[in-house]
Design a protein around this ligand. Structure first.
Ligand code: SF4
Length: 85
C-alpha cells in the first residue's frame, strides 16, 4: 500500500469539475457549495488530506496538473511534492 497522499487546499476551489472528470474515484462535487471534495479525506487545519493507492497516483497527478488554480498536490511518503514528476 502506498503512503502517497493528495492534499487539497479546498478553500480556493473554483468548482470547475476538472478533478472529478479526471479522477472520479477520488473526487466528487459538493452540491451545497459547488466545490470539489476529496473522497476519504481528513481535514487538517484548512486543507484536506487523503492517502491514495499506487494505482491512483497517475490519475491524481494529472488532476493536480489540470487544476486551474493549482490547489491539488500529490506528495510521496516523505512529503515531497511529486505532482509534476
Ligand atoms: S480542478 Fe481544482 S478548482 Fe477545479 S474543482 Fe477540482 S480542486 Fe476545484
Amino acid at each position: 500500500m502506498s503512503k502517497c497522499k493528495i492534499i487539497h487546499f479546498r478553500d480556493a476551489c473554483i468548482g470547475c469539475g476538472s478533478c472529478v472528470e479526471t479522477s472520479p474515484g477520488n473526487w466528487e462535487m459538493n452540491a451545497e457549495d459547488g466545490k470539489a471534495c476529496l473522497k476519504r479525506a481528513v481535514q487538517k487545519n484548512d486543507v484536506f488530506v487523503a492517502e491514495i493507492a499506487d494505482i491512483e497516483i497517475e490519475d491524481n497527478k494529472y488532476a493536480a496538473q489540470c487544476c486551474p488554480v493549482g490547489i491539488i498536490q500529490v506528495v510521496n511518503e516523505n512529503g515531497k511534492d511529486i505532482t509534476n514528476d
